[in-house]
Design a protein around this ligand. Structure first.
Ligand SMILES: NC(=O)c1ccc[n+]([C@@H]2O[C@H](COP(=O)([O-])OP(=O)(O)OC[C@H]3O[C@@H](n4cnc5c(N)ncnc54)[C@H](O)[C@@H]3O)[C@@H](O)[C@H]2O)c1
Ligand SMILES: [Zn+2]
Length: 375
C-alpha cells in the first residue's frame, strides 16, 4: 500500500479486498494523460469507449469541461451529467434523475461512469453505478482533499434520507481511482482544511510520521506537499479498509473525533462543516482519553496545537446535555453505553481485547464538554 511510482512518476496503490482489487493512481495532471499506458487508455483497449461523466457545476467549470473535451479527443463517447454542488444534492431524487439521464444517453453495462468531484459526487455517482442496470463499471476521480484521502477509498456509496446522513446506499468498489493532485489547486481553502482534519485523525490513530509531517506542512499549499498528504492518507485508510471491508472491527478507528463531531454537526443544524466538527470532536475525545489515563496530556496538547495551526476550531459552545442526547443515538453504542474510539498516543489507537471502542460514562462526557479549552 505504499505507492510505488512508475517510470513517469505516477504513484500506484493496489487496494486488495476479499473479492475485488483495484488500483488507485495518484499524480499531477493524470486526468489528462495521453500516454498509451494511462488508466483510461487501458480501459479503452479493453473495449470500454462510452463514458458518463458525473460531476457538479463547480468542478465541471474548473475541470469537467476540459476533461470531457480531452476524452472526446481520445476518441471516446462522453455524456456529461452535472448536479448542483453541495450536500443537499445527495438525495434519492438526484440519484433517480441521474439514472434517468443515463438511460436517455443509452448508457449500458459496457459504459463506464466516472465520478469527478468531491465526496458528494463520489457517493452519488458510486451509488448510481452500483444500482443502474444492477451495476455498471465505475471510476472515482476525486477532486477535493477529503475525497482524495477519505471518501474515494473503501467502497461506501450512498445518499442521505430525511432521517439522517448516508442512510441509503451500498458497498460497491470502483474499478479504479484516478487521483489528480492538480485539481487541488482550485479547491477553496476551507475545503483544504476539511480534508486536513481527516488527515490529523489518521495521524493520531495510525501514522505518527504523517502527524509530524502535518506539523511541518500545515500551512503549505503546493503539489509536492499535497502528494505526500494524499499518499499517506490513501495508505492509512486503505490499510484499514482492506483489513475490515464491512466495518466490523478495526475500521472503527476511522471514527476518532466523529462521535462528538457528528453531535456537533447536528446540533449546529449542519452550519459547522464536517472537518471543523471533527476537529473539535478530536479535542474533546482526546480529553476523554487523557482523563481516562489512556493518553498523555502533552500529546493531547500537541494534537490541539496542530488543529489550531491548520486553522480549524478547537471549541464549540454547546449545551452539553443536548449533545449527550445526540450521542446516545450513535451507531457505535453497545448495550446502552456510549462507545468512543480513543487514541493512546500519536499514531496509535487504544485497544482492549481486539475492541477499538471504549465505553465512556455520561458523567465523564459531560465533564469534558463543560471544560474550557485553552487556545
Ligand atoms: N463514502 C465514504 O466513505 C465517505 C467518507 C467521508 C465522507 N463522505 C461524504 O463526502 C461528502 C463530503 O465530501 P467533500 O468534502 O468533498 O464535499 P463536496 O463534494 O460537497 O465538495 C466540497 C465543495 O468543493 C467543491 N469542489 C470539489 N472539488 C473542487 C475543485 N477541485 N475545485 C473547486 N471546487 C471543488 C465542490 O463543488 C463543493 O462545493 C459528504 O457527503 C460525506 O458524507 C463519504
Ligand atoms: Zn469524517
Amino acid at each position: 500500500m505504499d505507492g510505488t511510482p512508475d517510470e513517469r512518476g505516477i504513484l500506484h496503490f493496489l487496494l486488495t479486498g476479499k473479492k475485488e482489487h483495484y488500483l488507485i493512481e495518484v499524480g499531477e495532471g493524470i486526468l489528462f494523460d495521453e500516454d498509451e499506458s494511462s488508466l483510461l487508455a487501458r480501459f479503452q483497449q479493453e473495449g470500454i469507449d462510452r463514458y458518463a461523466l458525473i460531476t457538479d457545476h463547480n468542478v465541471k467549470r474548473e475541470w469537467g469541461d476540459a476533461f470531457s473535451k480531452f476524452l472526446i479527443r481520445q476518441g471516446l463517447e462522453v455524456s456529461v451529467l452535472s448536479i448542483e454542488p453541495g450536500e443537499h444534492s445527495k438525495t434519492l431524487q438526484t440519484a433517480e434523475k441521474l439514472a434517468n439521464q443515463l438511460a436517455e444517453h443509452h448508457c449500458s453495462r459496457d459504459s463506464m461512469i466516472i465520478g469527478l468531484g468531491g465526496g458528494v459526487v463520489g457517493d452519488l455517482a458510486g451509488f448510481v453505478a452500483s444500482s443502474y442496470m444492477r451495476g455498471i463499471p465505475y471510476i472515482h476521480a476525486p477532486t477535493s482533499l477529503l475525497a482524495q484521502v477519505d471518501s474515494s477509498i473503501g467502497g461506501k456509496t450512498g445518499v442521505n434520507l430525511e432521517a439522517g446522513k448516508n442512510l441509503f446506499g451500498s458497498f460497491h468498489q470502483p474499478h479504479a481511482v484516478l487521483t489528480d493532485i492538480s485539481t487541488l489547486t482550485t479547491l477553496p481553502e476551507k475545503e483544504i482544511r476539511n480534508g486536513l482534519a481527516e488527515l490529523v485523525k489518521y495521524g493520531m490513530m495510525l501514522d505518527q510520521e504523517l502527524f509530524e509531517y502535518l506539523e511541518r506542512t500545515a500551512k503549505t499549499r503546493h503539489a509536492e506537499v499535497f502528494t505526500e498528504w494524499v499518499s499517506r492518507g490513501i495508505t492509512a485508510k486503505g490499510t484499514i479498509v482492506k483489513q475490515d471491508e464491512s466495518e466490523q472491527g478495526i475500521r472503527a478507528v476511522l471514527n476518532y473525533g466523529h462521535t462528538i463531531g457528528h453531535a456537533i454537526e447536528a446540533d449546529s443544524g449542519f452550519q459547522i462543516p464536517h472537518g471543523s466538527a471533527i476537529a473539535i470532536g478530536m479535542v474533546y475525545e482526546g480529553m476523554i482519553a487523557v482523563k481516562q489515563g489512556i493518553l498523555n496530556e502533552c500529546l493531547w496538547k500537541r494534537q490541539n496545537e496542530l488543529i489550531a495551526k491548520i486553522g480549524l476550531p478547537l471549541v464549540y459552545l454547546n449545551e452539553p446535555r443536548h449533545m449527550l442526547a445526540r450521542m446516545r443515538r450513535d451507531k457505535k453504542n453497545k448495550g446502552g453505553d456510549i462507545h468512543i474510539v480513543l487514541p493512546k498516543s500519536i499514531g496509535a489507537a487504544h485497544q482492549v481485547n481486539k475492541e477499538y471502542t471504549s465505553p465512556v460514562s455520561e458523567e465523564l462526557i459531560l465533564e469534558c464538554l463543560q471544560t474550557p479549552i485553552n487556545k
